[in-house]
Design a protein around this ligand. Structure first.
Ligand code: 8DG
Ligand code: MG
Ligand code: MG
Length: 145
């Protein structure tokens, strides 16, 4: 049968802030393989941005985040990639919840990620995942003023 028409999808991703660092992992995916990206994933039917962000962070890293804040949204159309994609990406930020000092990220989906590490904002790894790289190059800063 013919493949269905592609549609844009909604993703929610999270800058988890710890001091002047953020949590990133190297992707294992047909989309952005081997690039460094934030934890996050697809918005499910009926879900709030906050619930999606907290769920994806928990599923992927085991971390429990505190209050989540909406930062920005970007439209990511990549039709030249081996696997074409179009995501409307919601960027949130959070700090860790209670017992921050005891929380260590775990690589709970090793088939999708090489592992999570804290990276100083001033020393981000390369290459960043396209949607994130474009924001950083445009001067975006996720830290509160
Ligand atoms: P799910 O089944 O758990 O819902 O999805 P996932 O496997 O966790 O999806 P994902 O690829 O991690 O995230 C969904 C899409 O979000 C991804 O294909 C493209 C978009 N996206 C961005 N920027 C970022 C980012 O920094 N990190 C992640 N994880 N996804 C991002 O546009
Ligand atoms: Mg996920
Ligand atoms: Mg994910």
């Amino acid at each position: 049968s013919p493949s269905p028409l592609p549609v844009p999808r909604v993703a929610v991703v999270v800058f988890i802030l710890k001091g002047k660092s953020v949590l990133l992992g190297r992707r294992r995916s047909s989309v952005g393989d081997s690039t460094f990206a934030l934890p996050g994933g697809h918005l499910e039917f009926g879900e709030s941005f906050e619930d999606c962000a907290a769920r994806e962070v928990r599923e992927e890293t085991g971390l429990e985040v505190g209050k989540l804040e909406l930062l920005t949204v970007t439209n990511n159309v990549f039709l030249e990639e081996p696997k074409k994609y179009h995501y409307v990406t919601i960027f949130m930020r959070a700090v860790l919840g209670a017992n921050e000092a005891e929380q260590v990220p775990q690589n709970l989906e090793p088939e999708k990620c090489d592992g999570w590490e804290w990276y100083q904002w001033s020393h981000l790894p390369n290459p960043l995942f396209g949607p994130l790289e474009r924001m950083v190059n445009a001067g975006f800063d996720p830290f509160p003023v």
